[in-house]
Design a protein around this ligand. Structure first.
Ligand code: FPP
Length: 282
């Protein structure tokens, strides 16, 4: 699987990816706030739609690169619930670009083992977009490579409120008791329930905001903010973000010393396990 995209890679790119893979553990889940399409277009005296169109080229390249790097999950913020407030024409253009993207890309995504997924208030999307999206999701549902999630008509607060409503219903039905609500239990009620929390959250265009994206899930995500506008963001920029990620110390509330001690302990236990298994296989 994944042959097409791997076969089409240049030797230099393969080398760059190999060095990243050797350097450490890459994120299992990358989430991206793709921002700056409008500014990219304005800088060139082009209509905003041209920025979105060019933004799709970035989506294509980043999806390919993540798949080649064996990243498990990529979630992109393609349309927020607040984006419905944009001028009607821009919303129509975005919906039509989304439709075109799905129709044009689905064969290639499927051939490269990508599983398509979507989160958000999907029934707010135009019916024809919903149909194409559902078909694409269904068609790729058995794939085992990269899970590409499109956040569409998505709002982190909306998803949290929806989860709370479902929890309240389960309590009323008697299938859940309040004492059983833990972080883990709560996560199961969110639309992101089937994926790990993002390890790395990238935002383009320099804005320092989460903009209502994966609010619960990003509690311990490493943030990477670049001034680059989304239509200019390509795989080389992703590699910079990954290099930066590999240099971060993810402490999850612990001290650096505690982390080093637990790494040491794990290494010792690993060596012990290897010694024991080498004896038992003799
Ligand atoms: C933010 O830029 C971007 C969006 C609201 C839409 C993102 C959509 C795409 C990249 C294309 C469609 C995506 C897929 C997956 C097919 P902005 O318009 O807010 O830029 P600005 O802040 O410079 O105005």
């Amino acid at each position: 699987m994944n042959n097409q995209w791997i076969d089409s890679q240049s030797p230099e790119d393969k080398q760059l990816q190999a060095s990243l893979l050797e350097a450490g553990t890459l994120p299992r889940h990358i989430a991206i706030i793709m921002d700056g399409n409008g500014r990219w277009a304005m800088d060139r005296n082009l209509p905003r739609a041209a920025g979105h169109q060019q933004g799709i080229e970035s989506v294509r390249d980043i999806v390919k690169a993540c798949s080649q790097l064996n990243i498990g999950f990529l979630t992109v913020y393609a349309f927020s619930m607040e984006n419905w407030k944009r001028p009607r024409m821009e919303v129509q253009i975005l919906m039509s670009l989304l439709k075109t993207y799905l129709l044009q890309e689905i064969d290639e995504l499927d051939a490269n083992n990508v599983r398509l997924h979507a989160i958000g208030k999907l029934n707010a999307l135009p019916k024809n977009v919903q149909n194409i999206l559902n078909e694409a999701i269904e068609r790729t549902s058995k794939n085992t490579g990269l899970t590409l999630t499109l956040a569409l008509s998505y709002s982190g607060r909306w998803d949290i409120v929806r989860a709370v409503q479902m929890i309240a219903l389960d309590i009323r039905r008697g299938t859940l008791s309040p004492e059983d609500i833990t972080d883990e239990q709560f996560s199961k009620y969110l639309l992101t329930e089937s994926m790990p929390d993002p390890d790395l959250m990238i935002r383009t265009s320099g804005e320092m905001r989460l903009s209502n994206f994966l609010l619960w899930e990003s509690a311990y995500s490493e943030m990477y903010i670049t001034k680059q506008l989304w239509p200019d963001f390509r795989r080389e920029d992703l590699y910079c973000a990954l290099k930066d990620f590999l240099n971060r110390e993810r402490r999850f509330g612990k001290t650096g010393q505690q982390l080093r001690e637990s790494d040491e302990k794990e290494n010792q236990q690993g060596s012990l396990r290897r010694i024991i298994s080498s004896f038992s296989s003799r």
